[in-house]
Design a protein around this ligand. Structure first.
Ligand code: ATP
Length: 447
C-alpha cells in the first residue's frame, strides 16, 4: 500500500466511523507517483460513494500530510494490474486469499446449489441492490464488501443470492474454496468439535476457506459460545481478506441477544435489505420458474397467482408446483379457471388476511392513531397521511374498486382514493422513510 495513503487512512480513522472507513475507504487500493495519488475502487458503487462523500476530505488530509495540494484520481480497477504494466482492469478478477490456501483440506467439496445462479434470479426493484452487491462480491471476493449481509423476510431469495455469489466465484476460479452452511450447521459442528476435543480442526476448517457463507445468522442469538467462536472466525477471515457472506431474517442490529461487538463487525461491510417483490416481479419470477421446470403457464395465470400470493417467492413457487403436479395428473392445460379451481383453498388463505377493515386496523396501530380518527373527516396531517396509506394499501392488496374503498373510508369519493394511491406511490419513490413504512405494512399484512 502507498505509504502516503496509509498515513491518510490513519488520520481519517479518528474522523470517520469504523463502519464508513471499512465500507468505503479500506477497499481502495492506492498508488502514488509524481502526478499525485491514484485510488482504485473495487466497483463503481464504491467509486461514486468515495467521490461524493469523502474526496474533499481525502484531498485536505493529503495536502496536510504532504505539505502541498496533491491531485487525487479515482477509477475502478486494481493497482496490481498497473504494477505489471497494463491498464487498470474494470472487471475484477477473483483474488486468491493467500494465507488460507495452504491449510485447506486437500479434497475440498463445495456444497453450493448449482441451480441458484444470477441467471436464474429475477431482478426487480425489491432485490436489485442485493443482487448487484452479491455480484460485486463474487467478482471481487474479500475486496468489494466484507462482510456482505443480506437481510429480509423469509423466502425472498437471500439464500439464492448467496449461492449465486458462491457459484460465480467458482466459475471464475474453480479452485476457489467456498463453504456454505446454515447457522445451525455451524453451531452443530462446533458442539461436535467441543465434544470430541477437536476445536483446532474446527478452527482450521472454517478459516481455511476462501469464502464462508452462513445462512440465517439470527439463530446465533443467545448462543454465547457460538458467537464467541464465530467472532474469532470472522476476525481471522476478515483480516486475511477472505470473503464472508451472511444472511439474517432482519437487520442484525434488531436481533436480540446478539453480542454488540459482533453486531458492530457485521456493520463493517455492506448490509442490504431484500424486500418482498412487487407484482410485476412476482409475475416475472413465476414465468421464469415455470419455464425452468418446463411447465406451460400463460401470462394470465402468472398474473392471477402474482396478484393473489404476495407473501413470498417460496409460497409462489409452491403454488406453481401444486398446479403443475395437478395439471400433469389430470392431463389438463393450466388455464386461469383450472388454477382458480385447483388452488381455491390456498388462494382463499392468502386472501383472508387482507381485508379493508384489517388494513385500517393495522395502519392505525402502526401509526399510533385511533381507528375512528383514521376513518373520520378530520384532515390534520397526522391522520391524513396514514389514511392515504391505508387507502393505497387497500387498492394494492384487495380486489375492491376505488368507489368501494372510498365507501369503506367514511364515504369518500373515488377520486380521493385515486389521489391517495398516486400520492403514496410517488412518495415511495422519493422518500426512503415512506418506502420503509409501506413495505413494513405490506409485510405485516401479508406475512
Ligand atoms: N428474484 C428471484 N428470482 C428467482 N427465484 C427467486 C427469487 N427470489 C426468490 N426466489 C426463489 O424462492 C425460493 C426461496 O428463496 P430463498 O430460499 O433464497 O429465500 P430466503 O430469503 O433465503 O428465505 P429463508 O430466510 O427462509 O431462508 C427459492 O427457490 C428461490 O430460488
Amino acid at each position: 500500500m502507498s505509504d502516503l495513503w496509509r498515513r491518510c487512512l490513519e488520520r481519517l480513522e479518528g474522523e470517520l466511523s469504523a463502519e464508513d472507513l471499512h465500507t468505503w475507504l479500506m477497499p481502495l487500493q492506492a498508488r502514488d507517483d509524481a502526478d499525485g495519488l491514484q485510488l482504485y475502487a473495487p466497483n463503481p458503487y464504491t467509486l461514486d460513494a468515495v467521490r461524493d462523500r469523502y474526496l474533499p476530505r481525502i484531498e485536505a488530509v493529503l495536502a496536510l500530510l504532504s505539505g502541498h495540494s496533491l491531485p487525487v484520481r479515482l477509477e475502478v480497477g486494481s493497482s496490481a494490474a498497473v504494477a505489471v504494466g497494463s491498464r487498470p482492469v474494470p472487471t475484477p478478477t477473483v483474488a486468491k486469499p493467500a494465507a488460507a490456501a495452504e491449510a485447506a483440506p486437500v479434497n475440498f467439496h463445495h456444497n453450493l446449489d448449482p441451480h441458484y445462479t444470477f441467471e436464474t434470479f429475477v431482478e426487480g426493484k425489491s432485490n436489485q441492490l442485493g443482487k448487484a452487491a452479491a455480484m460485486q462480491v463474487a467478482q471481487n471476493p474479500g475486496r468489494a464488501y466484507n462482510p456482505l449481509l443480506l437481510y429480509g423476510g423469509t423466502g425472498l431469495g437471500k439464500t439464492h443470492l448467496m449461492h449465486a455469489a458462491g457459484n460465480l466465484m467458482r466459475e471464475h476460479n474453480p479452485n476457489f474454496k467456498v463453504l456454505y452452511l446454515r447457522s445451525e450447521q455451524f453451531v452443530g459442528s462446533m458442539i461436535e468439535a467441543l465434544r470430541t476435543k477437536s476445536m483446532d480442526e474446527f478452527k482450521r476448517r472454517f478459516r481455511s476457506v476462501d469464502a464462508l457463507l452462513i445462512d440465517d445468522i439470527q439463530f446465533f442469538a443467545g448462543k454465547d459460545t457460538t458467537q464467541e467462536e464465530f467472532f474469532h472466525t470472522f476476525n481471522a477471515l476478515f483480516e486475511s481478506k477472505q470473503q464472508i457472506i451472511l444472511t439474517c431474517d432482519r437487520y442484525p442490529k434488531e436481533v436480540d441477544k446478539l453480542e454488540p461487538r459482533l453486531k458492530s463487525r457485521l456493520g463493517w461491510g455492506l448490509s442490504v435489505a431484500i424486500e418482498p417483490p412487487d407484482f410485476e416481479t412476482r409475475a416475472a419470477i413465476l414465468l421464469a420458474k415455470a419455464h425452468d421446470k418446463g411447465v406451460k403457464v400463460s401470462e394470465d395465470v402468472a398474473m392471477l397467482l402474482a396478484k393473489r400470493i404476495r407473501s413470498n417467492v417460496r409460497d409462489l413457487e409452491g403454488a406453481l408446483n401444486t398446479l403443475a403436479a395437478r395439471a400433469n395428473f389430470y392431463g389438463r392445460p393450466i388455464t386461469t379457471d383450472f388454477a382458480e379451481e385447483t388452488l381455491r383453498d390456498l388462494l382463499a388463505t392468502h386472501a383472508q388476511a387482507v381485508t379493508v377493515p384489517n388494513i385500517q386496523k393495522i395502519v392505525a396501530e402502526y401509526f399510533g392513531v385511533r381507528l375512528q380518527d383514521l376513518l373520520s373527516k378530520r384532515r390534520v396531517r397526522s391522520l391524513a397521511r396514514p389514511r392515504q396509506i391505508a387507502m393505497a394499501l387497500s387498492k394494492e392488496l384487495t380486489e375492491h374498486s376505488l368507489p368501494e374503498i372510498g365507501e369503506a373510508f367514511g364515504g369518500r369519493d373515488h377520486t380521493t382514493v385515486l389521489h391517495a394511491c398516486r400520492t403514496i406511490r410517488k412518495l415511495c419513490e422519493t422518500d426512503t422513510r415512506m418506502r420503509q413504512d409501506w413495505e413494513q405494512l405490506i409485510r405485516t399484512l401479508t406475512g
